[in-house]
Design a protein around this ligand. Structure first.
Ligand SMILES: Cc1ncc(COP(=O)(O)O)c(C=O)c1O
Length: 404
């Protein structure tokens, strides 16, 4: 029970009810506050609000009701005290690192995270003296060995990863981080709080690309960081105020409304993905399927424990082939034979998307780097949407039936 005797809400209820109180007009669906600034009642209130001594909206670079409503809902869904919205998922990471790191600090990161995340940590922050080590996603001993006592401030993980769906042990990494006085950051983009709540497993901060499942319909680019009030309001909000990595109120509103259907969408996405993964595993032209919901997945048990018993909506599969050239030709054939799936790198949409990671998301790597990362030329990634599963299956069967 809450202090006022209202029961603590179930996550499904939080998703549709948490936000800000209605405005004076009594709107049922939340309004969008498209305003760059807010009129202050008097000079003394303006001074107090600018100084952060009094609550009240001031200027939309750092506060707007549409953003606050979305942040409250997302924080409640993740189980954190607070959240801060940002212009994109990469903006969330940038804000987090700018707010928490300084030259000489060290970050340990999985080598399988989103490519731009690696570039941000090693490249952009490397330029300013932040050091980093990249370790195999599932090798907890390697994470432990990479920690530099007194210097490591953040451990950064994404689980499951893209495109090979490797799952790391969030609780084990949280323990490692805390033993070293560091924080564990988890990119929860692939599972969303509907499946996985990393803070319950000990993580300190969650980053999101709201562009994916939180919006869920491929409409906006957005991001957020969720965590304690001390970090979000005490450290990241001042940095956002200075740097302006702010989400537009309209996009915040779109994500806010998207969160209402996140739970039911994720259930439907995951059911379709599992059905497709099982079918793909049985196809003669398919050499391997990467999907945490399959018992053949190396971290299946861990994924089921961490992800509410669901595998997520992203899967990859490798076509059979003798050599990289043939593998690429076959993968391209399967992709080009689809009529329903969209050939686009985004994910988390109602529409199924299909990509060839070796020539798109991982296209800038050398062949040997790709091989080390396990991204072969025959690999195809599917982010399963909400079309009828039989139609998605038929779309892939067309190319798989007659491989060149
Ligand atoms: C796991 C993951 N994290 C972060 C991002 C970056 O998000 P955004 O494109 O919203 O900046 C992406 C984008 O694809 C992603 O897949």
């Amino acid at each position: 029970m809450n202090q006022d005797d209202t029961p603590l809400w179930h996550p499904d209820t939080i998703a549709v009810r948490e936000g800000l109180p209605r405005s004076a007009y009594g709107e049922h669906s939340e309004a969008v506050f498209l305003t760059s600034s807010f009129v202050q009642p008097d000079a003394a209130s303006a001074a107090a609000r600018f100084a952060g001594e009094e609550e009240g909206f001031v200027y939309s670079r750092f506060s707007n009701p549409s953003n606050t409503a979305m942040e409250r809902r997302l924080a409640a869904m993740e189980g954190t005290e607070a959240a801060i919205s940002t212009a994109s998922g990469m903006g969330a990471l940038l804000l987090l690192m700018l707010g928490l790191l300084k030259a000489g600090d060290h970050v340990v990161c999985s080598q399988s995270v989103f490519g731009a995340t690696i570039k941000l940590i090693a490249g952009e922050f490397g330029k300013f003296g932040v050091e980093s080590s990249f370790v195999p996603q599932t090798d907890t001993a390697a994470w432990r060995a990479a920690i530099r006592p007194g210097k490591t401030r953040l451990l950064f993980a994404e689980t499951p990863t893209n495109p090979l769906t490797e799952v790391c042990d969030i609780r084990a990494l949280a323990d490692l981080a805390h033993d070293a006085d560091a924080l564990l950051v988890v990119d929860n983009c692939f599972c969303s709080p509907a499946l996985q709540r990393p803070v319950v497993l000990g993580a300190d901060l969650i980053v999101h690309s709201g562009t994916k499942y939180l919006d869920g319909q491929g409409r906006v680019v957005a991001g957020a960081v969720c965590g304690s009030r001390d970090i979000i309001e005490g450290r990241l909000l001042p940095t956002q105020r200075t740097t302006g990595v702010t989400l537009s109120p309209f996009n915040a509103w779109v994500v806010h409304k998207g969160l209402e259907t996140l739970g039911v969408r994720m259930q439907a996405h995951c059911a379709r993905a599992l059905q497709l993964a099982v079918w793909l595993e049985a196809q003669p032209g398919v050499a391997h399927v990467y999907y945490p919901g399959l018992s053949s997945h190396p971290q299946h048990a861990l994924a089921m424990a961490q992800q509410s018993g669901l595998g997520g909506a992203v899967l990859s599969f490798a076509v059979t082939a003798d050599g990289p050239e043939r593998a690429r030709a076959r993968a391209f054939h399967v992709i080009d034979s689809t009529r329903l799936c969209s050939i686009t790198a985004n994910l988390g949409d109602t529409r199924t998307t299909i990509t060839h990671p070796a020539s798109t998301s991982h296209g800038r790597l050398r062949e040997d780097q790709r091989a080390a990362a396990g991204i072969g030329q025959g690999l195809i990634r599917i982010a399963v949407g909400l079309e009828h599963p039989a139609d998605i299956q038929a779309d892939l069967a067309r190319g798989l039936r007659h491989l060149p």
